[in-house]
Design a protein around this ligand. Structure first.
Ligand SMILES: [Zn+2]
Length: 589
């Protein structure tokens, strides 16, 4: 394969960043937004049903048109952020985007402000049926929204309040350069580099890496204490102002997952902590250790890592989708044959990986940074799953295109499972099989059990802060207690772990986000289990789930595949899959 085939072909969207087509699109938007505004500003409440529907359709068409150049600019920038022309285009689009959203914001606000009676009337208008989830999405925070001038005041004071603490947290954490000795040499490390040493073969290196990382945070304990206490206090005050019953409620409303379902999810998870402990004991045995310390959890079990070349990796991924359904395989294959994937790492290219779905009438794109590891292979399967989801949900209109957040990882994690299964079934070498199983099990433990530990800690932090200031000793106590429930006597926590809470940016940036990972992972494991039990009969339901995109709530979407998210038996199904994997590992360990 030619090297050029491994970069993406953005000409599928526009011929070039200076093409007249792109220029014409960008030029037209301010007028279009102004026209929309002059048609509907301060008039939404007075529109009759057909007129309101036509306003929503107009709004949707506008959003859909704007997505194309903005996504194009983002793709160019992600592939080469050092290119001046791409940087300028990206900056121009973000400024234009901000002006457009200010112009159009009124529409959401006026939909939110419609009185209950008018809103219900419109909801029952048959032609509006396709937009119910969109409308409910806009209205869901209505009971907790303050008067406009109060909202503006809060936003303004946040700048010097909670947002200032967030910024302080980011700047402090990003400023750290760590010193540690490795291979006989004292050298500098970034935090990312230190944490990646948790995969090192030497127990001593793993211990020192984790300790160095955490103790550095501990040196700034005064700042982290102020940040965490003030974040929690600020949220406590907002709860009171906005009449929320519990600290987690706003997150659950945003995710459209009922409080009871979240509590169920966490209780079932906690009831399965024994599975993690069983694995940790097994792993201690594989590493010839009496007992694991928490810095050993990601230690490699094989001496050398298997490296894949890209052709081989791509074929494995496409085949694993094909084996599930040839139509899925064809969709994934098309990403590569139509050059909608940028594969290799380069200077100036953005790190990590992503999939970008633009709109229902344009093809999605994938960005990878392939280096040949098993992790990279799993990433192809993951991003291809997102891509597949974006293609399959193109039956929906633009406002219903993107899956609701808790379901956004469904196809990607399901795709990873298909790949793991294929690799395990094809692999004869017990050493490689063991590594594959450990990688998958550790991945599941990190996205389910650990996220529940984090969420329980976060809940206790918020609830205790309502009663008064928390010292770092108290925060560490809660932290170690919640972690201790997971580890039991199977893992010993290293002394520096008392600072383990201080670097988790989700606590600061996206409150109570962590349980979404548990939700997504278990949903997929349960779907996967259902697939293994029901075989072909499972497939139409799963397809319907993917096809529905963002047209329905997470509960209604999951129901299409025969899953009731309020049923705790369903969550247990996910852990049964994990138990099966651990059993498989025991056979070869
Ligand atoms: Zn993902």
């Amino acid at each position: 394969m030619q090297q050029s085939d491994l970069t993406w072909n953005t000409a599928l969207l526009y011929p070039a960043p200076d093409s007249p087509e792109l220029e014409a699109d960008l030029d037209s938007f301010e007028q279009l937004a102004a026209d929309f505004r002059s048609s509907y500003f301060e008039r939404v409440a007075a529109l009759d049903d057909p007129a309101l529907l036509s306003a929503i359709c107009g709004y949707e068409a506008l959003q859909s048109r704007m997505a194309k150049p903005f996504c194009y600019a983002h793709l160019l920038f992600a592939a080469d952020s050092g290119n001046e022309q791409f940087r300028a285009l990206s900056q121009r689009c973000s400024e234009l985007g901000s002006r457009l959203s200010q112009q159009l914001l009124f529409f959401d606000l006026e939909l939110m402000a419609l009185d209950e009676e008018r809103f219900e009337l419109f909801r029952s208008y048959p032609e509006a049926a396709g937009y119910l989830h969109f409308l409910d999405g806009i209205r869901k925070f209505r009971p907790h929204t303050l008067k406009e001038n109060e909202e503006r005041l809060l936003t303004r004071k946040d700048l010097t309040g909670v947002r200032a603490f967030t910024k302080l947290f980011d700047e402090l954490s990003a400023s750290f350069v760590y010193q540690m000795e490795l291979d006989g040499k004292q050298r500098e490390f970034t935090g990312e580099e230190l944490l990646s040493l948790l995969h090192h073969t030497s127990p001593d290196v793993r211990f020192r890496a984790m300790t160095t990382f955490l103790e550095r945070h501990g040196e700034h304990g005064i700042v982290y204490n102020a940040v965490f206490n003030n974040m929690a206090l600020d949220h406590g005050q907002e709860m009171e102002l906005r009449s929320y019953q519990t600290p987690i409620q706003p997150t659950n409303i945003g995710n459209e997952i009922p409080d009871e379902a979240v509590e169920h999810l966490m209780c079932v998870t906690e009831a399965n902590y024994g599975l993690a402990q069983e694995y940790f004991r097994l792993k201690a045995g594989m590493l010839n250790m009496e007992k694991l310390r928490n810095c050993d959890i990601y230690a490699p079990v094989a001496k050398a890592e298997r490296i894949y070349d890209f052709e081989e990796a791509k074929t494995l991924v496409v085949d694993s989708y094909c084996k599930y359904d040839p139509a899925f395989g064809a969709i994934v294959q098309a990403f590569f044959s139509e050059r909608r994937v940028d594969v290799m790492p380069r200077v100036g290219k953005s790190g990590g990986a992503f999939a970008m779905g633009i709109s229902p009438d344009l093809p999605p794109f994938l960005l990878l940074n392939f280096t040949g590891t098993l992790r990279d292979l799993a990433t192809i399967a993951h991003e291809a799953g997102h891509g597949l989801h974006f293609v399959i949900s193109q039956k929906q209109s633009a406002l219903n295109y993107h899956a609701p957040l808790p379901l956004a990882e469904t196809a990607s994690v399901f795709g990873e499972m298909l790949l793991t299964r294929k690799l395990l079934d094809n692999e004869q070498d017990p050493i490689v099989r063991r590594s594959l199983l450990c990688a998958k099990i550790e991945d599941i433990i990190a996205t389910t059990f650990r996220q529940t530990v984090l969420t329980r800690f976060e809940l206790r932090l918020h609830n205790e802060r309502i009663r008064g200031l928390l010292s770092n000793d108290r925060i560490a106590e809660i932290w170690l207690e919640e972690n201790g429930k997971l580890y039991g006597d199977s893992v010993e926590m290293i002394p520096a772990y008392r600072w383990g809470w201080s670097y988790i940016s989700h606590f600061i940036h996206s409150r109570f986000y962590c349980y979404s990972y548990t939700f997504a992972e278990l949903l997929v494991l349960a779907l996967f289990q259902k697939y293994r039990e029901d075989g072909d009969a499972f497939k139409p339901g799963y397809l319907a789930l993917l096809e529905s995109g963002g047209a329905l709530s997470p509960a209604d979407t999951a129901r299409l595949a025969g899953i009731d998210i309020k049923d705790s038996g369903f969550w247990q199904k996910g852990y049964d899959v994990l138990a099966g994997l651990i059993e498989e590992l025991k056979q070869i360990a």
